[in-house]
Design a protein around this ligand. Structure first.
Ligand code: AVI
Length: 335
């Protein structure tokens, strides 16, 4: 489906259903996760409207350094980045999981100021976010041609491979790679590479290993926003799948493993209890203090991140770090 906005384009590749397929897939994942030992739920279900709003709040928490660090490194290195991107002439700037493009706008501003020849292709599963971004950029940067794509990552990548003929620079910012398990992250970067041509560029945002106390605090903020974000998953199950989770009987428990470099988030059942889901017509039992694993946020060393890019078929170009050396945007070139 192709819709024209004023001059920009919106390509909607999302599966249009009445929602029943999404609900069935959600119910199946939840039933499987709650029947497993140990129990788990996928963090991909965090982001309903309320979860997305809570994540916006997380990004401005004093403890959650990630967003500020990446924003500041982009401010500091944008001129160098833009020169590296534009060295081969015209390019498509592809932004995977663009959202409101808060950070990418720093690059868009710099590219425009320097008169570089490019178009912008934000890709996100949220149609509302892509429509809003397209409108917003039409106002702020009318000179930039925006082709917003509404799609899951893999569908979107296939579309890019088939429809964008010119050189590509792909951004995957915000430490989103951290929410993939290591092997899955490696696989995903290989998939990105498979949809690119030799010479195309890839900029990957990674949160680096650092003082474990700093990392733990980022996922255990004093004001309890991260706890609400985690618990919202149970609220969503109650609302969308007819669950009867008692939110007061579960608590947020974050745990950083400094040897593995991974932040784990759990929801812990504070008592023995049983939960019923209308969607599956089944009951799930919890022992006192039994935990559900809800999210992994992997941290990388510069070497690990470099190796991940190389293994996927990229050559390492350079890394741009924030002034504290805690966050990196790593630039790779497809070979
Ligand atoms: C989206 N993602 C990179 C965030 C992270 O840091 O893993 C999600 C998040 N979870 C808790 N706080 C933020």
């Amino acid at each position: 489906m192709l819709l024209q906005t004023t001059t920009n384009t919106l390509i909607d590749l999302s599966q249009k259903t009445d929602g029943s397929q999404d609900r069935a897939a959600f119910a199946k994942d939840v039933a499987e996760g709650l029947s497993q030992r140990p129990k788990k739920l996928s963090s991909r279900y965090f982001y309903d409207a309320n979860g997305s709003r809570l994540f916006q709040q997380i990004m401005s928490l004093p403890e959650y350094y990630l967003t500020r660090a990446e924003y500041s490194l982009l401010q500091q290195h944008r001129a160098a980045m833009v020169e590296a991107f534009a060295a081969g002439g015209f390019f498509h700037l592809v932004d995977l999981g663009a959202g409101d493009a808060m950070k990418t706008k720093l690059l868009l501003g710099e590219l425009t100021k320097k008169g570089k020849d490019f178009d912008y292709v934000p890709l996100d599963i949220s149609g509302a976010a892509m429509r809003e971004l397209s409108r917003d950029l039409q106002q702020t940067y009318p000179e930039i041609y925006v082709q917003a794509v509404v799609a899951e990552y893999i569908t979107g990548l296939q579309w890019l491979g088939q429809h964008l003929p010119k050189r590509k620079v792909v951004l995957f910012l915000g430490s989103n790679i951290g929410n993939f398990e290591r092997q899955e992250g490696q696989k995903f970067i290989r998939q990105i590479r498979q949809h690119l041509q030799p010479g195309d560029l890839f900029l990957l945002g990674v949160d680096l290993t650092k003082d474990p106390a700093t990392i733990l605090a980022a996922y255990n903020d004093a004001s309890g926003v991260t706890a609400a974000f985690n618990l919202n998953l149970l609220e969503r199950i109650n609302r969308e799948l007819g669950g009867n989770f008692d939110l007061d009987a579960f608590s947020h428990f974050p745990l950083y493993d400094p040897q593995e470099g991974v932040m784990h988030s759990f929801l812990v059942s504070e008592r023995e209890q049983e939960v019923y889901l209308e969607a599956t017509q089944a009951r799930y039992t919890f022992a006192a203090w039994e935990a559900i694993h809800t999210e992994s946020s992997h941290k990388y060393t510069l070497q690990q991140a470099t190796d991940m890019g190389r293994t996927a078929g990229f050559e390492f170009v350079t890394s741009y770090l924030d002034e504290k050396g805690g966050f990196a945007d790593m630039l790779f070139k497809a070979v």
